[in-house]
Design a protein around this ligand. Structure first.
Ligand SMILES: [Fe+2]
Ligand SMILES: [Fe+2]
Length: 175
């Protein structure tokens, strides 16, 4: 396997683990602020990020490549609001998307077809994840950042019934 691509994939693991760690912390914060639908959604996202990391690890192991796990920094424990938290999730996802796109360019340059196939899955996954967060932010903009509007959005997340979310269309989440 191309050395640059191998390093790129190992470096990318950090973003997936970091996202998982942060989303777990966000879930705890949301739950303690009585937003249980949001909290459930974030716990699921956190688990999905671990599956993403595992997908890269499996790929490297299958190809007899060295896996180097990253250190993960302590995530924040406070957010200004549910909206601020969701904006942070979107920024996180955009950073992951940018990293996937860089890996894709490396894989193409190396004519590494198995890596391209793996990364294609991630290209689609990132598109879905960004769309889901944008859908939530859009609902917050319409419904309001506090009070009954926010509770309604929380309920939509709790029951998986939010328009524009992949789960609402029955397409399932990550994995
Ligand atoms: Fe991910
Ligand atoms: Fe993600």
């Amino acid at each position: 396997m191309n050395a640059k691509l191998l390093k790129g994939m190992n470096d990318h693991l950090k973003l997936e683990f970091k996202a998982s760690h942060e989303y777990r912390a966000m879930s705890a914060w949301l739950a303690t602020h009585d937003l249980t639908g949001f909290a459930t959604w974030m716990t699921q996202q956190s688990s999905d990020e671990l599956l993403h990391a595992q997908k890269f690890i499996d790929h490297l192991v299958e190809r007899d490549q060295k896996v180097e796990l990253p250190a993960i920094a302590q995530p924040p424990s406070e957010w200004e609001s549910a909206e601020a938290l969701c904006r942070h999730v979107l920024e996180n996802e955009q950073a992951v998307t940018a990293s996937i796109e860089e890996l894709y360019v490396m894989a193409e340059a190396a004519k590494d077809r198995p890596a391209i196939v793996l990364l294609q899955w991630f290209v689609n996954e990132q598109m879905e994840e960004e769309a889901a967060v944008r859908a939530i932010l859009g609902r917050i903009r319409l419904g309001g950042t506090t009070g009954v509007g926010l509770l309604m959005i929380d309920q939509e997340l709790a029951t998986n019934s939010m328009p524009g979310m992949p789960s609402a269309a029955g397409t399932g989440g990550a994995a």
